[in-house]
Each structure stands twice: as C-alpha cells, then as structure tokens.
Design a protein around this ligand. Structure first.
Ligand code: ZN
Ligand code: ZN
Length: 362
C-alpha cells in the first residue's frame, strides 16, 4: 500500500516540471510510509524522484524506529546520520543534484532552508500535489474515519455524566478528555466546552467559567485513533430551559445543516455545499452570525483538503471526507454549531456521526 502511494507521488511529480520532492515528518510522511516520525530538530526526511526512487534520511538515534516501521521494506533506501555529520549534504549526495525541488507544505522552514542551501537551488512548495492524493480516501480509510466517528459518538452519548450546572468548563473538559481516550482514541486533539457567551467564540476551548442552568453549551471534540485517522464532532447541550429565541435559531441551524447534508454528493462543488447551509441561515436573518466556512476535509489531519468554503469550485468525488458544521454566534450571548464528519459515496454522503443533532437537554 505504501509503495503504491509513493509510486503515485512519483507519477504526479512527473506531470510537473519538478524532479524531486522532499517530505518531512507529519501527516504527509505517515500517509506515504506509515512512519509516524516526530518532527524533531534533527532532520528526518523522505525524498522521492520522478523515477519512483525513494530515500529516507534519519538521525542514527531514530534508525531503530524507522526499521521497526519497515521503511527499507517499502523500497526506500534508508540513510542515517551521526550527531556531527551534516544531514543535508549526506542527503544530497545520495539523491543527486536536484534541479527543481519541491518540499511538502508542512515542512519546518528551517529544514526547507537546509535543503535549499545544500542543493544550491530554490525549493518550491508542493502545494496540492500531496493533498490531491490524500483527500480521496480508499475504502479502508473511509472505514477508519467511520470508526473514529463511532468512538467520538460514544463520548457524546455519555455527556450527561459530566455536563451539569455548577461545574466549570475545565472540569467537564477533563472528564471528556479521559472519555475520548477510553473510547479508543490514542490522543485527545481538542476539547471545546463553551458555555453561554463563550459559545459565541467558535474556537473557545475551556475556561474556569461555571456552567449555569439554561445556558446552551457547545461541545466540539476530537481525537486520533491508532489507525492515524481523526474524529471531530460538535453537539449542543443545555442544562434546563434555554431562551425561547435560542430555540428558534436552533431550528434554523438544524435545517441548514440538513440542507448541506442532503445537497452533498458526487459532482457538486465544495462551495455549493457551503451555500446550501448558508442560504438557509441567510433566509432566516442569521447570515451575519454564521462567521466561518461550512467545513473542512479530514483524514490523518483534522483539517485538510477539501475545504467546504466559498471559492472552492472543486467537485466532490466518492472518497472525499469532510465536516458539515454550520453555526451561529451572538457575541456576549451564546452560540451554536452542529457538526458531522461525512464521507462522499457514489450517490450521496454517509455520516460518520450519528447521535441526535437536536439540542440535548440534560
Ligand atoms: Zn469540530
Ligand atoms: Zn471540524
């Protein structure tokens, strides 16, 4: 599988006027090789030529880890460098003089400049070369995303155990973080518990604010599974009776989220999925309160291509995986968001998140 992925990169590269791509640790490297090397100050880097030849340089200290991940079995030539050697010169002498090198988007600038210096030629960004490959998921990857979705659903289904008035957002968030791991994730990537006015800030995390009765609470949570694939799901809660006006807005939001889910299918543009949700909120006078894009792709990163946003004219194809998460935000008062991860099928979408989208009264 990884050998095929590297071969795809080589093929894509051959369609450009670039002759080599360098890939640093992170989601791109893990996707291509299965090696989840940590981004460290010491250089670890994969290089792939248009011919399909591939090399990976690692610090000698990391060599056992690279071997444990079977890097040489993928047809990758494994090089290692000692503490006092210059890894960039070693890498260049192995791969030969690059003419027009690309570096992956998430490479640290320090490493990109190291490659540029050693190769004596300017590096350019890989741009969409890798994300075009990564954004269309294989059936196995779709399964991993649905497993991640089921795991985070389990946490939402147990929210009544932790979320109640009198507790702080931080206390509730700590319990949720433990539950994210207990549900099968290997890392907790984010926990948002945004009560009352904090809900008006889409990326509020947790605070020492005490949750009050009658306040809507935004709970947006996610983690990464052992497979490397991520979960991300938002549900809305209220302890007691919410304001009547809030319930009216919430009904509109549910309709907006559903409109986008019904609209999304192969052949429609990413921006039209955004418009499907946005039109419903705008017609109800809530357009100004919907202050972000409708969604983002997801896979080995929580946020990746394709982005469900105005201006993205790319068409959905089976295998795309992304969030549908419209919201409304009233500064100083409250906010709301409903978020599902969905995967594009041959005829529509399948939701990885399946707990109720209604406002959950605890
Ligand atoms: Zn989210
Ligand atoms: Zn999201």
């Amino acid at each position: 599988m990884h050998q095929e992925r590297i071969a795809r990169v080589a093929q894509q590269l051959a369609q450009t006027d670039h002759d080599i791509i360098f890939v640093a640790p992170g989601a791109d490297l893990r996707y291509l090789t299965g090696y989840d090397a940590l981004p460290l100050e010491r250089l670890t880097c994969l290089a792939v030529r248009t011919t399909g030849e591939a090399w990976m340089i690692v610090p000698t200290l990391e060599k056992p880890s690279a071997l444990a991940h079977k890097v040489p079995d993928m047809g990758i030539e494994l090089l290692d460098w000692q503490e006092t050697q210059n890894p960039y010169s070693l890498l260049m002498s192995a791969v030969g003089q690059p003419q027009r090198p690309l570096v992956n988007n998430l490479m640290w600038v320090e490493k990109a400049f190291g490659i540029q210096g050693a190769s004596g030629t300017n590096v350019e960004l890989a741009g969409k070369l890798l994300s075009d490959i990564r954004e269309v998921k294989t059936p196995d990857e779709v399964t991993y995303l649905h497993e991640a979705g089921a795991a985070i659903d389990q946490v939402h289904m147990n929210m009544h155990k932790w979320l109640r008035p009198g507790r702080t957002e931080r206390e509730v968030g700590k319990d949720i973080a433990e539950a994210i791991l207990a549900a099968g994730h290997v890392t907790v990537d984010f926990v948002i518990v945004a009560s009352g006015p904090n809900g008006a800030s889409p990326h509020h995390e947790v605070s020492d604010r005490i949750i009050q009765a009658g306040e809507p609470v935004v709970v947006d949570i996610g983690g990464t599974m052992a497979s490397g694939y991520c979960s991300d799901c938002t549900r809305m809660y209220v302890c007691g009776e919410p304001p009547a006006e809030y319930l009216e807005h919430y009904a509109v939001l549910m309709a907006a989220q559903e409109a986008a889910r019904l609209h999304a299918r192969p052949g429609v543009s990413c921006e039209s999925v955004d418009a499907a949700a946005r039109n419903v909120l705008e017609s109800a006078g809530l357009g100004e309160q919907f202050i972000h894009r409708t969604g983002h792709g997801i896979g080995m990163e929580t946020h990746e291509e394709p982005y469900i946003v105005i201006g993205n004219k790319s068409l959905l194809v089976p295998g795309h995986a992304f969030s549908i998460e419209p919201g409304f935000y009233f500064a100083g008062k409250y906010g709301a968001r409903i978020e599902d991860i969905v995967t594009c099928t041959e005829v529509g979408i399948k939701s990885a998140n399946n707990t109720t989208r209604e406002l959950v009264v605890l």
